[in-house]
Design a protein around this ligand. Structure first.
Ligand SMILES: Cc1cc2nc3c(=O)[nH]c(=O)nc-3n(C[C@H](O)[C@H](O)[C@H](O)COP(=O)(O)O)c2cc1C
Length: 357
């Protein structure tokens, strides 16, 4: 085993907890607080360019000497589909008009994939964070090898056994087993493919039985009891996203926090309407638009997100947050509001006491 992986596993043996990378929500302050408290903090730079990514990595380093994870998106670029995009924009047009705007005439590829992104690869090799994780697929073999050779632990999201096999074959060091309960985007490699929708517990068991790589469980885990459950299933650690959204260090705005603390937390849904890829969030009108009978398919990821973000900005300026990307997992009603370091201490204490009990 890679010595960097052994170091990470040693950290998990005392603190089997990862704060999930959450582009737009996790901040350097959140990652640093979590890592400083002994768990593994993370930043997501999938929605940032290399320059902003470097600033974020350096901002974590300025706050803590502890290891942390950096996450990138490895989606295949969207295939051109002008007719499909026009149909999706026409479907959204009445909502834009409701807030005094117009749907844009066309959409842009707002997030650059890590696939072929030499600038971000150079940045990661120069900054050498302890861990780099891939979501939505895998980068080129050369990039994985270069990161490993630089002493960086590589991780990749798997939502099914087939993706897990491809991750292992590519020489990645650990699986992030993401169940259907998870908040945010499903890491599935092919969003157009059939999705079995495996729950976290089932997926973790399948991967543990398959063997070969350590399993980090993600999806619906909100407390130490949940962490203990996935450790009992054979995972080496749990990755929690939704549990950290209410921390003061997260970038979530007041409307997002209020929604997560209210009755809406009990109604999450998986939708492609917001970004173009399946993602779980608090149910809202943009999701309902995506579910409208006879409606068109959303534009492809990340082009649909261009429209979704413009519609949300217009509506939010009028005080309406019904079109927001308020990502959250099915454990949302269990989210607790407290500083990240305290939440880490609380979670680890719960793991320890559930071990005794
Ligand atoms: C607000 C939010 C943003 C997310 N952004 C990312 C991301 O940028 N990269 C990534 O790999 N996973 C992302 N995820 C998914 C998490 O890595 C993880 O799979 C998920 O949070 C686990 O489920 P939970 O939210 O129920 O804990 C995000 C999740 C949330 C809630």
């Amino acid at each position: 085993m890679h010595s960097a992986t052994a170091r990470l596993l040693a950290r998990f043996s005392t603190a089997p907890l990862v704060q999930a990378p959450m582009a737009g929500v996790s901040t350097p302050a959140l990652a640093a607080a979590v890592s400083g408290a002994g768990a593994l903090g993370s930043i997501g730079i999938g929605a940032s360019g290399a320059t902003q990514g470097r600033d974020m990595i350096r901002a974590v380093r300025a706050l803590t000497p502890e290891p942390f994870q950096v996450n990138v998106f490895c989606h295949a670029p969207a295939a051109p589909d002008p007719a499909g995009e026009a149909a999706w924009l026409a479907h959204l047009e009445p909502a834009f008009r409701e807030f005094g705007g117009r749907a844009p005439p066309s959409l842009d590829e707002i997030y650059r994939s890590f696939l072929g992104d030499e600038d971000t690869l150079r940045l990661l090799l120069a900054e050498r964070p302890a861990a780099v994780s891939f979501h939505f697929g895998l980068p080129e073999a050369g990039a994985i090898a270069a990161l490993r050779d630089a002493g960086i632990v590589t991780l990749a999201t798997a939502t099914c056994l087939d993706e897990a096999d491809r991750i292992a074959a590519a020489g990645v060091d650990a699986w992030v087993a993401q169940g259907i309960e998870a908040g945010g985007h499903r890491g599935m490699f092919d969003p157009a493919g059939r999705d079995e929708g495996l729950p976290t517990a089932v997926l973790v068991r399948q991967l543990v039985k398959r063997g070969g790589l350590p399993v980090i469980a993600a999806g619906g885990i909100m407390d130490g009891q949940g962490i203990r459950a996935v450790l009992d299933l054979g995972a080496v650690a749990a990755q929690l996203g939704t549990a950290f959204i209410l921390c003061p260090e997260s970038a979530a705005g007041p409307a997002y926090r209020d929604a997560l603390k209210g009755p809406r937390a009990h109604r999450t849904g998986l939708t492609t309407a917001i970004s173009g890829r399946p993602a779980r969030g608090l149910h809202n009108r943009l999701m309902a638009l995506g579910e409208a009978a006879g409606g068109p398919a959303a534009a492809a990821y990340p082009r649909a997100y261009d429209a979704g973000k413009q519609l949300h900005a217009l509506a939010a300026a009028a005080g309406n947050h019904e079109f927001a990307a308020h990502w959250a997992g099915q454990g949302a009603p269990l989210a607790r509001e407290m500083p990240a370091a305290r939440l880490v201490q609380q979670l680890l204490a719960e793991v320890a006491s559930s071990r005794k009990g």
